[in-house]
Write a protein that binds this ligand. Structure first.
Ligand code: SF4
Length: 905
């Protein structure tokens, strides 16, 4: 690229076309004061603090908007400029309520810093201005207009980062103010409380409401770590005072979030200091818990496990590991179950969300993970989002996609039965009936083949089994697909052309694809589509499953699965098993173990006698909760290791208090295969102990010694026995982390998979026929129930519902129902209803909304008091054993009584 030569403060410098003077100054360490500029946002030159002198320009100009050109001569520090800047500051001060004594931003206010820097040594009298009321209507954000300097950073952050456009300017001239929509009260708007405005504000005009009086800025220590909620893996900076998290900031250099966070990551981490935290081991006696010492609790666990193993054999024991725990803890847990219990009965909740991905993508490509990187979506000309409510479940990725569409960098196709937020941004919205994705994807491929839009060269050189696949797809004409899916054939054809004709197209999917009895078929179909069009192995392409929890990718990588060790190495393979026996110095079981749902079935039958559950809550997360309850009640012994007394922990015989993400060192692997650090920010709460130490202690008591000094020590062992993590060491993880495969210390990591060759060699086309869901609405149960998540809550709510801000934003679960159905059943918005399926029932209030189509209802599963999983179907995909959370038949009855509490059974 051509360089541009210019002179700044007598230094001869170079810039790139499109650079501004400010950018060249920053790159070359030349300080220019700014207020309205913020990296990552557009520049407007509003505050004029960054004015510079340009040779032959009569007046100073803002450096942030002035483009460079060859031969430009710039001065940034003349006396005239300094005087000018000082006058600007004095003007700002004359309108700014500058009582720093009461301001939360005192000590980190950019205006305050500049006032000091420019030696303004006296208060500037406030011009005669009315005091505006403070807006505290939002549960988490406080707006004080009296401290606003109209830099517009919040307005641009709201518009450009999240595309929400809640904040804007009202009035004009000297009466200009920042307003939240036209109502002016933030809490009454559609603000999503991501807090981008808080992070952007240079003064105390927009601050974190719940952080007030929690600590002065100079008392707060800062530590960078990884968000413990979803799989995006946003990098966060925790502000700690008195061993409490008092503030959270997005880390601008975070590789996948670039400073942005959603409401959970920014305002939902106070669960760590919730009084419900478990602080001591508990042992159940006569149905009641009593506190116990660690030695007593650990001895009891070891004795019971040892007795049951002796009496019933190793396979009468099972363990559930956790997608909320670190890689190191997951590795150790599966090692413990295999080497110590002597069984492969180990699984975790990936079974419930992306087991179909692990199986399907491994069959098609040889690797069951996201093929490309999160940032790589920016290279896509077309993104097909299917079965992913991205803005609710992976909000930072959702906002990224919205931004790409709004800036016309990407076209968007959304396939979803619900009118999710992304459908508003979509060029084409395919509204398929629930559970018909295979037909839809086959229909797209039918059009692509018939119109000869497929990539012949890629298919011939990089894939196998095309002819068998083509034969099946040829049956899925647009007319037939319209009959099955309800998608008008013209829309299907338009979407097929848009996806196939683009230079680079990417598929993004999530649990709308995987959580079906046809989950593996759905995943295989997305892989077929990508291979057919050569959209794999290049930037901006790929098949990208978005993983739900913070470390669900890592828990799979670490072998918390019944059929594979860490790195997806098969337990049934003799050579691999021999290597692991040698590494772990233990005799290992040969037979693959039970999946989560199989464990519940065996427990109910009485053949599984004991379970050790670390950081999982099947009593809310699993389908058909009545069945889960019976199964857990039937166990001889249940141990739960967790940070709260969850619905599952309440059923345990022994509860062991582990630690939260903020109290531990370790690593998480995000949905983009990026391994990132967790850093200990506060001490363990009460007598709680590091999860890896607890496992180690029980191992020792069972006669299997594991003596690590730290999580880093465990990672060294992981690297030595996991080819794809071979080059992962803590000293390499600061900054951007590493994306696996990273086989050696010298390897830089792999942003995009399958570049010249698939992991399995040739990509494999699988012919897939459409099969309907296991249970469809009928006369007795006339509604189709779809379940999922909402942005302000997370998984079974054990963490997010203990966050004050999140609990206020989303206090209860609501059943979404189409207005036409509401009218038919005489149900109005916020009425109470009883929802029943063949498996159970629960009571909830209703949200009447066009978001769901007629005949379908939707419910999030986070809420224990109206638990959707009493209703869901535990029929599973035959290969991945993932249950069909997305389709169940239910009936709905209006409740006359306005109940005070809700319940399920
Ligand atoms: Fe980022 Fe997900 Fe955390 Fe939100 S919940 S801040 S999107 S990692």
């Amino acid at each position: 690229m051509k360089e541009i030569a210019l002179t700044i403060n007598d230094r001869e410098l170079k810039g790139r076309p499109g650079n501004t003077v400010l950018e060249v100054c920053k790159e070359n360490g030349i300080y220019v004061p700014t207020l309205c500029h913020l990296d990552g946002l557009s520049d407007v030159g509003a505050c004029r603090m960054c004015v510079v002198e340009i040779q032959k320009e009569r007046k100073p100009v803002p450096a942030c908007t002035y483009p460079i050109r060859d031969g430009l001569v710039v001065k940034t520090n003349t006396e005239r400029l300094e005087k000018y800047r000082r006058q600007i500051l004095e003007l700002l001060l004359s309108e700014h309520e500058h009582n720093c004594l009461f301001c939360e931003k005192n000590g980190s206010c950019e205006l305050q810093d500049l006032i000091y820097q420019y030696c303004i040594d006296r208060p500037i009298p406030l011009i005669n201005k009315e005091i505006d009321p403070i807006d505290d209507s939002s549960p988490v954000i406080l707006r004080d207009p009296n401290k606003c300097i109209l830099c517009g950073r919040c307005v641009r952050a709201c518009d450009e980062i999240t595309s929400n456009q809640v904040l804007g300017f009202g009035n004009r001239g000297s009466k200009t103010f920042v307003t939240a929509e036209i109502k002016q009260l933030l809490g009454d708007t559609c603000c999503l409380a991501c807090g981008a405005c808080v992070q952007a504000c240079p003064t105390g005009a927009i601050t974190e409401k719940l952080s007030r009086f929690q600590g002065r800025n100079w008392d707060i220590s800062k530590i960078e770590t990884t968000c413990p909620y979803c799989g995006v893996g946003c990098q966060i900076e925790l502000g700690i005072n008195n061993n409490k998290i008092v503030k959270v900031r997005g880390v601008e250099s975070g590789p996948d979030n670039m400073g942005h966070l959603c409401v959970k990551g920014r305002f939902g981490l106070d669960f760590v200091q919730h009084p419900d935290r478990l602080t001591t081991p508990l042992i159940k006696c006569n149905g009641e818990f009593r506190e116990a010492s660690w030695d007593e609790a650990l001895d009891l666990v070891a004795t019971k496990i040892s007795d049951l193993k002796r009496k019933y054999g190793s396979d009468a024991l099972a363990g559930l590991s956790s997608a909320k725990c670190s890689n190191e803890e997951n590795y150790l847990f599966q090692k413990f179950v295999r080497a110590c219990f002597g069984t492969n009965n180990v699984d975790h909740c990936a079974r419930l969300c992306h087991a179909s991905t692990v199986v399907g993508l491994a069959a098609a490509f040889g690797s069951g993970a996201m093929t490309n990187s999160i940032r790589d979506f920016g290279e896509s000309k077309v993104i097909l989002v299917i079965g992913s409510n991205t803005t609710e479940n992976h909000p930072v990725i959702g906002d990224h996609i919205k931004r790409l569409v709004r800036t016309k960098k990407t076209k968007l196709i959304v396939a979803d039965p619900r009118a999710i937020e992304l459908t508003k941004y979509a060029d084409i919205w395919l509204r398929q009936k629930g559970g018909t994705d295979v037909a839809l994807l086959n229909g797209l491929m039918n059009v692509i083949i018939n119109e000869n839009l497929y990539d012949h060269e890629f298919v011939e050189s990089r894939t196998e089994n095309f002819e068998d696949f083509k034969k099946v797809v040829s049956e899925y004409t647009p007319e037939r697909v319209e009959n099955i899916t309800g998608i008008p054939k013209d829309q299907l054809v338009a979407a097929a052309r848009m996806y196939a004709e683009a230079e680079s197209s990417s598929i993004v999917y999530s649990m709308g694809i995987t959580q079906h009895t046809t989950g593996v078929d759905n995943v295989l179909s997305t892989a077929n589509l990508a291979m057919l069009t050569g959209n794999i192995g290049r930037p901006g392409t790929g098949v990208n499953p978005l993983r739900g929890q913070c470390n669900v990718q890592g828990a799979c990588d670490m072998g918390a699965l019944p059929n594979v060790y860490q790195g997806y190495q098969s337990v049934a393979n003799e050579n691999i098993r021999a290597t692991m026996e040698n590494a772990w110095q233990a005799k290992l079981p040969e037979k693959p173990g039970l999946t989560v749902l199989e464990m519940m079935n065996q427990a109910e039958k009485g053949t599984l006698k004991a379970m050790y559950i670390m950081g999982e809550n099947p009593m809310l997360s699993d389908p058909n909760l009545n069945h889960v309850k019976e199964a857990l009640e039937n166990l001889d012994f249940l141990v739960v290791q967790d940070i709260f007394l969850t619905e599952t922990a309440k059923m345990a015989d022994v509860v062991l208090p582990g630690v939260s993400f903020a109290e531990k060192d370790g690593t998480f692997t995000n949905t983009g295969r990026r391994i990132q650090r967790l850093r200990k920010a506060i001490p363990e709460v009460g007598q709680s102990r590091q999860d890896w130490e607890i496992i180690e202690e029980i191992g020792s008591r069972l006669g299997y010694s594991m003596s690590y000094q730290s999580p880093s020590d465990i990672m060294e062992e992981i690297a030595s026995v996991t080819p794809s993590y071979g080059g992962v060491h803590y000293d390499r993880l600061d900054g951007q982390g590493l994306q696996w495969p990273c086989p050696t210390r010298e390897h830089p990591g792999t942003p995009n998979l399958h570049k010249d060759k698939f992991t399995r060699g040739l990509g494999h086309f699988t012919p897939v026929e459409y099969r309907p869901p296991a249970e469809l609405p009928d006369e007795c149960y006339p509604f189709l129930l779809n379940t999922g998540r909402i942005r302000p809550q997370f998984h079974t709510g054990s963490m997010s519902r203990r966050s004050k801000g999140l609990a206020e934003i989303a206090p209860e679960g609501l059943l979404e129902m189409n207005p036409a159905d509401g009218e038919k059943l005489n149900i109005a918005d916020m009425d109470w209803v009883k929802v029943s399926s063949r498996r159970g029932h629960m009571e909830t209030r209703v949200n009447i909304t066009e978001r769901v189509p007629e005949g379908t209802v939707f419910m999030a599963f986070h809420f224990g008091e109206s638990a959707a999983n009493f209703l869901t179907n535990d029929a599973v995909d035959p290969v991945a054993k993932i249950p069909e959370f997305k389709v169940a038949a239910v009936k709905i009855e209006r409740l006359e009584k306005q109940l005070q509490t809700v319940k399920g059974s």
